[in-house]
Design a binder for this molecule. Structure first.
Ligand code: NAD
Length: 357
């Protein structure tokens, strides 16, 4: 395959019962952590990522580099650079690699950019997911787990989000694309008996976190003495989920195939913006330069995941307290992230992503 970037393995013989898992978006934040976890417990992993420049691609290259460094020999980890919508390449990957499990994390993420450029979200998220489900049905995949998002609750009136809610008012192309994936997933389950679980993640943060998201931005900016914006009086509250809890939930969903289910994966409790900023100050040992802004139109005071369904059906329970998660993220930022000396290209700096000069 021309698109192969690298192919590495530890040379360990596959054990009976071990899985071969296709992890899409494997160079991204969540996908790279899932791939690492699966490899560590003995599964074989095939990653596919198009390495787009939504944020600095060197962060993604670093993520893959870390996997390569841990699994430098041939056989257990295969890494492909490809668009999941590319029919020829993806068909070849399914034919030649024969993954029996799919963990589909690839997507164009981000709510606000989806308003500027909706077509790329339709392409990667809706077309890409449909294409993977087609191939999975055709190749007898045993379980297909994909990333949905808490953004599907966008138009909801409630603040404690439960999967039972009928949500049909997504308020951005990104949210609509994730809702469309959930609907198509039901169709593929119905038509082909494909086992599918959609996981609605609530703001995920941690080491290797995305530079366009608030947790990374706050830690980065406070560390460098750059101003951060606080909307409203700081009392608004969100559900932030540490990466290891999300990986735990994803792997539980992979290990327990369901005909068709949608699960919330979150911490299950909220943290106020003020508390968030206080903890970032405490662990960076820096004072934040805060610019107080008026509340954004449409902002809701409190949102939180009801994780009782994931707890009952998957045994999922968030384990990492918010302060501990921030402590570990700051530690990574000060150590591994800074050590990479990632130079961020000027366009990204202009968008406030990554590190300023
Ligand atoms: P990420 O951007 O770090 O990872 C996604 C990866 O998918 C990227 O590396 C990107 O290059 C790749 N990709 C995008 N389109 C592709 C395509 N057409 N073909 C191949 N690769 C493609 O994002 P993340 O935070 O790791 O998110 C993973 C998944 O979780 C996404 O589906 C996202 O929508 C969802 N999600 C994330 C969060 C969060 O808080 N991080 C919250 C809700 C949902």
């Amino acid at each position: 395959l021309d698109h192969m970037v690298d192919e590495v393995t530890t040379g360990v013989e596959p054990h009976v019962g071990y899985k071969k898992v296709l992890v899409t978006g494997g160079a991204g934040f969540i996908g790279s952590h899932v791939a690492e976890f699966l490899l560590e417990r003995g599964d074989d992993v095939v990653t596919v990522d198009e390495m787009n420049d939504y944020y600095d691609v060197r962060i993604k290259e670093n993520n893959l580099q870390q996997l390569r460094a841990k699994y430098p020999e041939e056989g257990r980890l295969k890494i492909f650079k490809a668009d999941i919508c590319d029919e020829d390449v993806m068909s070849k990957i399914f034919e030649e690699e024969g993954p029996t499990w799919v963990c589909h994390m690839a997507a164009r993420a981000g709510v606000r950019p989806s308003i500027q450029d909706p077509y790329v979200y339709i392409h990667s998220n809706i077309k890409g997911t449909t294409h993977l489900m087609e191939l999975s049905a055709k190749h007898g995949v045993k379980n297909f787990v994909f990333a949905s998002s808490s953004s599907v609750y966008g138009g909801s009136k409630s603040t404690f989000f439960s999967e039972d809610e009928v949500v049909d008012n997504p308020v951005s192309p990104y949210a609509a694309s994730k809702k469309a994936c959930e609907l198509l997933a039901y169709t593929y389950h119905h038509l082909y008996n494909l086992n599918i679980s959609g996981l609605r993640f609530f703001t995920v943060y941690g080491p290797r976190g995305r530079p366009d998201m608030a947790p990374f931005k706050f830690i980065d900016r406070v560390s460098r003495g750059v101003e951060i914006q606080q909307f409203g009086d700081g009392s608004s509250s969100r559900d932030y989920t540490f990466i290891s809890d999300i990986v735990d939930g994803i792997v539980r969903a992979l290990d327990r195939p369901h005909p068709y289910e949608v699960f919330n994966l979150g911490k299950g409790s909220g943290t106020s913006l003020k508390e968030f900023i206080d903890l970032v100050q405490k662990h960076t040992e820096k004072d934040a330069v805060i610019k107080v802004m008026p509340d954004q139109p449409g902002d809701v005071p409190y949102t939180c995941a009801d994780v009782s369904k994931a707890h009952a059906m998957l045994g999922y329970k968030s384990k990492v307290a918010f302060e501990e998660g921030i402590r570990r993220t700051v530690k990574w930022y000060n150590g591994a992230y800074n050590a990479k000396e990632l130079e961020v290209c000027p366009e990204l700096q202009a968008n406030g992503m990554g590190r300023a000069p």
